[in-house]
Write a protein that binds this ligand. Structure first.
Ligand code: ADP
Ligand code: MG
Length: 477
């Protein structure tokens, strides 16, 4: 008449299986092992603390009900949490289930939300870890409102908004935001997180840099706690991983990322990734991961144009309650072209100088400050450097660029070079023309226009120009 713990548990599972979604069942119930049955107390063994927390958070009622069906009103459930693989000396850690999860805990950061008497090694180092209180690690200043839209980021920004409105429920999953340094990838990715948090406070959002993810993973793997690591990440509703290019060569971490990615994606959770390169160009990252990165939408962010740079500066000034003459704003926007971070840097330097010297910001001061700024923070890029880069890229001999040939590849390489020279150097159109075997400024204007038109209509062409643009940008740093 007495049932064994195996029998009781397998009966429970039969019921649970019909109620819980298949994927969840596989994740949260299959790994459970029945451990003991004594006086109507069933002990189940779970792989980790997080596992236990998750069950308590989501399935406490279901578990209690099914168990009562099996064992009667006095039925109780206890957990045996696997603390760490390896040594079998661990005493089972148990707690009573029905009636209370761990929903009421103090706000004390150090108070781990578990009612376990034996001290357990805290398997996770993200500060303030509590299931529903997982700190999202977001910086609240990064919002959509403070992120200026321009041609350079329109697609990415709009896709971001869409994702923020319906996380996990659009085809933009994952959303991959890519582009050069200082162009706003982190800002935009965090803006999505912040927006989700604002409109959906119950969603668990987590922002993590790839470096942190990899470090955490390596710590856990040293402590035989990879399961904890993976289970932790599987609890997230919206996961933002910044700078995934750093996963190159971190093979094992890629495996973990793969498992987490699959789980979240299948459960309709949202992934947002940023990268300095398009997923197709990421080196040292497993193909199976890259192919998943391409499942959703990859949107690039480019160098902002002059008008957008002005808008960004004005927004920053407004946010900081700052005023300066229009001509100064224009001067900065005109001279700092590489990326937004530099633009901000210039603004801050100018501010610092102005308050240090108790002097109004005017054009003269701006010129002085920017001269220093540009000199120390970015290299002057020359037309020749750009010519060499483009020639290398298209495998066109340098002399050909200067000749009058009408061969298509050469013409295109020449036009792109002019376009980039205009974008990245402060040379006049006339000077640029002179560097191409003495062409005049109208040829340069025409070339730049042709490149812009082609970028709008020809995806392959656009990719090439963007790639070159990034190369030049990097060379300018
Ligand atoms: P990335 O992650 O691409 O290197 P960040 O997101 O860190 O770049 O952006 C660098 C700085 O520029 C941040 O302070 C960010 O707020 C600012 N920034 C970038 N793009 C924009 C934009 N479109 N509007 C306003 N600020 C921007
Ligand atoms: Mg960043």
């Amino acid at each position: 008449m007495d049932k064994t713990h195996e029998k009781v548990w397998s009966n429970c599972l039969t019921i649970i299986k019909d109620i819980v979604e298949w994927q969840h069942f596989k994740t949260w119930f299959e790994p459970i092992k029945p451990a003991a049955l004594k006086d109507k107390v069933l002990t189940i063994q779970v792989p980790s603390q997080f596992f236990y927390e998750y069950l308590e958070e989501h399935y406490v009622n279901l578990l209690a009900k099914t168990l009562k069906r099996e064992l009667g009103k006095e039925a109780r459930l206890e957990y045996r949490i696997m603390v760490d693989g390896g040594n079998e000396k661990n005493q089972p850690l148990t707690m009573d289930v029905p009636g209370h999860g761990y929903k009421t805990y103090s706000n004390n950061e150090m108070d781990f939300p578990l009612v376990i008497s034996n001290p357990v090694k805290n398997p996770f180092v993200i500060p303030g870890l509590k299931k529903m209180q997982i700190d999202s690690q977001l910086n609240p200043i990064y919002t959509f409102d403070s992120f200026i839209e321009g041609d350079c980021n329109r697609v990415a920004r709009r896709a971001g908004k869409t994702v923020a409105e319906k996380p996990g429920a659009t085809s933009f999953n994952p959303l991959v935001i890519y582009g050069g340094v200082g162009l706003g990838k982190t800002h935009l990715a965090q803006a999505i997180g912040n927006e989700v948090k604002r409109s959906n406070p119950n969603k668990v959002v987590l922002y993590v840099s790839s470096e942190k993810f990899i470090n955490q993973f390596q710590d856990h793997s040293r402590n035989n706690a990879i399961n904890d690591f993976i289970h932790f990440y599987q609890m997230i509703d919206v996961l933002v991983i910044d700078d995934v290019q750093f996963f190159n060569r971190a093979e094992k971490s890629q495996d973990a990322l793969f498992a987490i990615f699959n789980h979240l994606h299948q459960s309709g959770k949202q992934l947002i990734l940023t990268s300095d390169k398009s997923p197709k160009d990421l080196e040292g990252v497993q193909e199976r991961l890259l192919s998943r990165f391409r499942w959703g939408l990859s949107a690039d962010i480019q160098v902002p144009d002059y008008e957008t740079r002005i808008e960004i500066l004005e927004k920053k000034m407004k946010n900081d309650g700052l005023e300066m003459p229009r001509e100064v704003v224009k001067y900065i926007a005109y001279n700092i072209q590489s990326n937004v971070r530099e633009l901000e840097g210039a603004l801050i330097s100018l501010l610092a100088q102005s308050s240090l010297n108790k002097r109004e910001i005017d054009l003269e001061l701006a010129k002085k400050v920017l001269r220093n700024f540009v000199k120390t923070s970015s290299k002057e890029i020359t037309i020749e450097t750009i010519q060499k880069m483009v020639c290398d890229y298209f495998d066109v001999p340098y002399e050909r660029l200067l000749q009058k040939t009408r061969k298509r590849e050469v013409v295109q390489a020449r036009q792109i070079t002019m376009y980039l020279a205009k974008l990245f150097t402060k040379n006049s159109l006339k000077t640029i023309g002179e560097h191409f075997g003495g062409r005049d400024h109208t040829t340069v204007i025409h070339s730049c226009q042709t490149v812009k038109d082609l970028m709008d209509t020809d995806g392959m062409f656009r990719e090439s120009v963007m790639e070159l643009q990034q190369k030049v940008q990097l060379a300018a740093m």
